[in-house]
Write a protein that binds this ligand. Structure first.
Ligand SMILES: NC(=O)c1ccc[n+]([C@@H]2O[C@H](COP(=O)([O-])OP(=O)(O)OC[C@H]3O[C@@H](n4cnc5c(N)ncnc54)[C@H](OP(=O)(O)O)[C@@H]3O)[C@@H](O)[C@H]2O)c1
Length: 300
């Protein structure tokens, strides 16, 4: 049994904890002052207790040097979560980031030691927190792990074995491309569903088609200028497929706005605007939704 630390007791942190605790010792780091049992629930099954050691982030000195850590936090929470864990990493620690949107990997790598291996894990698992300590598992799909530095590339097959209890996990040499593909699908769905306060499936209606097209056409253009080989027609087809597959769901950004929580808009449309500035291309459609979502308040 390996020791694995998971940072973040949100929906994804609890799903990873549930699966990985089958054959690993899991320490789950929470920001909550009071540490309580965590539960996993799917369909009509009885809820199951998740076999983890929950630790407040105020008591990290109780941890052994960390060999493997998964950051299951939102994109805008990664820097703070990493800063709090840095003193506790073993010299050859494996770090796994897992979030939607883009974070600045170069800035993260500069904070790590040369023997630290950095990975990125995308997932199509889905869930939500029914209460502060229960995750409801609502969706399945593959999880893909890729390396973000040379040392991680060498360790990729081994860490995929270590995390093999996550359903349908595989590794890929093309994680940058996969992250961009996922970013573009998120850009087609999250800002529009949050701004218009609609379920994902409603975005297939003709009244949204111009905005979907403009956002994706601009984002694909920036991806291509940034050296990422993404095709607009394929991206549009995938985006409409995901809207249909998740027709009755509200997107995470719509839910963040509804609950007056910060959104991941800076890591989505904001990232396209930043990349556009780097390559000297204006990005008015992403800028528009960046501004609108930053200022959007819950309608409730
Ligand atoms: N939920 C899904 O179905 C799904 C699917 C695919 C991808 N994703 C992506 O995966 C990422 C995580 O999503 P999520 O739904 O799990 O979000 P979430 O429910 O907001 O979970 C994030 C958790 O991390 C905790 N946290 C933040 N900073 C921390 C720190 N420094 N130390 C300890 N805990 C910390 C938060 O605590 P507080 O409660 O104190 O804020 C929160 O409980 C997002 O990027 C999301 O877009 C989600």
């Amino acid at each position: 049994m390996d020791n694995i630390v998971i940072v973040g007791d949100g929906a994804i942190g609890l799903l990873y904890s549930h699966f990985l605790s089958a054959n690993n010792h899991i320490s789950l780091i929470s920001r909550k002052a009071k540490v309580i049992n965590q539960y996993y629930y799917q369909d009509s099954d009885k809820s199951k207790i998740i076999n983890v050691n929950v630790l407040s982030n105020k008591n990290l000195e109780q941890l052994k040097p960390i060999d493997t850590v998964i950051f299951a936090v939102k994109a805008y929470q990664v820097n703070e979560a990493l800063a709090q864990l840095l003193p506790y990493l073993s010299p050859s620690c494996q770090l796994v980031l897992s979030h939607n949107g883009m974070s600045d990997l170069q800035a993260i790598l500069t904070k790590l030691k040369s023997q630290h291996a950095l990975y990125f894990l995308t997932t199509r698992l889905a869930g939500y927190k029914a209460d502060s300590n229960t995750v409801v598992h609502t969706g399945d799909g593959e999880s893909i792990l890729g390396s973000c530095n040379d040392i991680a590339t060498q360790g990729l097959p081994d860490i995929v074995k270590q995390l093999s209890a996550i359903p349908d996990i595989r590794h890929s040499k093309h994680i940058a491309l996969i992250r961009w593909q996922k970013l573009l699908i998120n850009i087609a769905i999250n800002p529009l569903s949050a701004y218009y306060n609609v379920k994902n499936g409603e975005l297939t209606a003709p009244r949204f088609s111009t905005e979907v097209f403009n956002l994706l056409s601009e984002s694909c253009f920036i991806a291509n200028k940034s050296g990422i080989n993404i095709n607009l027609a394929d991206t549009l087809a995938t985006a409409y497929q995901v809207m249909t597959d998740t027709a009755f769901n509200y997107s995470s950004m719509q839910q963040d706005i509804t609950h007056n929580r910060p959104t991941e808009i800076d890591a989505m449309c904001g990232y396209i605007c930043q990349q556009g500035a780097k390559v000297g291309v204006k990005t008015p459609y992403n800028q528009y939704f960046l501004d609108m979502i930053r200022h959007k308040k819950s309608a409730n």
